[in-house]
Design a binder for this molecule. Structure first.
Ligand SMILES: *Cc1c(COP(=O)(O)O)cnc(C)c1O
Length: 363
């Protein structure tokens, strides 16, 4: 068996060691004679998995005690609606920063529920940067301030986070779907952090929400139970049948991250991986990265070839070398290499070697 070097943006690579363990436990989980998939979410065995997952996630991200950690469904996309439904409280508008396609989608959804002030917008710069924080026109009466910490499609990532008004309190809300667990973050600066699992935590079907407890319990009247954070917090994320297998795989990923040395170690590794690739792109006259240096993502590296007519040949040749899923998002074209935690350094080395060869042949 050979494992592909998989640069997919999501669903994305999962650590081989995690998949091997899942394989070994697939038919008979710890002598139970059953797969996790076949067990009650209320069984002792599954509760143990769920508790371990939460404890390890709290430890990895150093989540303060006064935060709830929820394991939900519906993807990050459902959070685009749950955030305004739960956080508006008596307010009528929220602040949003538009740094790319995912921010844009979050804004569009929020507009169904409240006024949205776009306090900074990089659209006219083709989403190649994070607008300087001191230029944002923040509203002290906003219900919250929403950002996307890493724009998966454009490849722009926040390197530091804004201070928000503490009086009156404007909580900072972040969509961290594509960079959660890639580096340490100070959770105490956020009101809500949410992320779909299928980029950096495991398979699709699971969404993690980390929410400061004082923000739970204010869903607007008429909010469906399944969209109310308080319902999930009160039921240990088991108000209905949770996505047990995805939760189990995320538990294995969290264990793997601890064995890898935690988030400081992951950040160092991710910096090295992305740094090598950006350097290779910079040093060539053939490849180009459209993102300004200060905002370049460690997770998603977009780049173009000098002529889009070469894209097909590049992708085909890459596949013959075992390098898969390098095609850029249809909205931007070109290439995109996603370098999530589970992508080994050897994959990046192989990609760079291939890119150099392709340049020499075609450049
Ligand atoms: C993938 C992604 C989403 C959408 O996630 P779903 O789980 O498909 O809803 C939202 N935001 C960001 C930043 C993403 O990368």
């Amino acid at each position: 068996m050979t494992r592909a070097f998989n640069f997919a943006a999501g669903p994305a690579a999962i650590p081989t060691e995690v998949l091997e363990q899942a394989r070994d436990e697939m038919l008979d989980y710890q002598g139970s004679g059953m797969s996790i998939m076949e067990m009650s979410h209320r069984s002792r065995r599954f509760i143990d998995i769920a508790e371990e997952a939460e404890a390890n996630l709290r430890e990895l991200l150093n989540v303060p005690e006064q935060y709830d950690v929820l394991f939900l469904q519906g993807g990050a996309t459902l959070q685009f609606a749950m955030v305004p439904l739960n956080l508006l409280r008596e307010k009528t508008s929220a602040d949003y920063v538009n740094t790319g396609s995912w921010s844009t989608k979050a804004i569009k959804e929020a507009r169904k529920f409240c006024g949205v002030n776009v306090v900074a917008n990089a659209e006219d710069d083709r989403f190649d940067r994070i607008p300087a924080i001191d230029t944002w026109s923040l509203d002290p009466n906003a219900a919250y301030l929403h950002i996307c910490s890493n724009e998966t499609i454009a490849g722009v990532q926040f390197q530091n986070f804004p201070e928000t008004f503490s009086d009156p309190g404007v909580p900072l809300v972040a969509d961290m779907s594509s960079d959660i667990l890639s580096r340490p973050v100070d959770v105490s600066r956020f009101g809500v952090i949410y992320a779909g699992a299928q980029k950096n935590m495991g398979p699709a079907g699971l969404t993690v929400v980390i929410i400061r407890r004082d923000l739970v319990g204010h869903a607007r009247k008429g909010t469906p139970s399944m969209l109310d954070y308080a319902v999930h917090a009160g039921a240990g994320s088991m108000s209905n049948t949770p996505p047990t297998y995805a939760w189990y795989l995320a538990a294995l990923v969290f264990r793997w991250l601890k064995n890898m040395g935690g988030l400081e170690a992951m950040e160092a590794r991710n910096r090295r991986k992305a740094g090598k690739l950006y350097t290779a792109i910079e040093q060539s006259n053939f490849y180009h990265c459209p993102v300004v240096k200060e905002a370049r993502s460690m997770m998603n590296v977009p780049f173009t070839l000098p002529d889009p007519d070469l894209d097909g040949a590049f992708l085909a040749a890459a596949e013959t070398r075992g390098l898969f899923n390098l095609k850029g998002h249809r909205s931007v074209g070109g290439m995109r290499a996603s370098l999530y935690n589970a992508v080994p350094e050897a994959a990046v080395d192989a990609l760079i070697e291939f890119m150099n060869e392709f340049e020499h042949e075609r450049g």
